[in-house]
Design a binder for this molecule. Sequence first.
Ligand SMILES: [Fe+2]
Length: 123
Amino acid sequence: MNSKLRIPLCWKVYPAVEEAGGSDVEDLVKEAKVEHNSVKELISKIEKLDPDDELFDATYKVIAEQVEHHADEEEQEMFPKVEKLGIDLLALGDEIKERKRELEAEQDTLMGKAKSAVRDMMR
Ligand SMILES: [Fe+2]
C-alpha cells in the first residue's frame, strides 16, 4: 500500500481538539502525537526487517502493544474531551474520507503513468 494512503485516524481530530480545547488539552495532544511518531518509526523499522530477523517478532509485539495503549488512552481520555468540546466527528470523518478518495485518485493516476511508461519501454 502507498504510504500516503495510510491516513492516521487522528489526522483531523488532533488539530480540532487543539483548536477547541486550547491549553487544557495541550499535553494530551502532544503525548498522542509522540505515540503516533513512535509507532510510525517502529512500522518503518519492521518494514525493512526480514521476517526471519531475530527482532521481527519482538518489534511486531511492541507495535501491537503501543497501538493498543494509544487506542485505550484515546478512548478513555481524548474521546471524552472531544465529546465535551462538541467537536463534530462525523464532519471530520467526511473530510478524511474525501482526502482518502483524492489520494487514491492520485495513486491511480501515478500507476497508470507508470504502466504506460513500462509499456513504452517494452516496445
Ligand atoms: Fe491517535
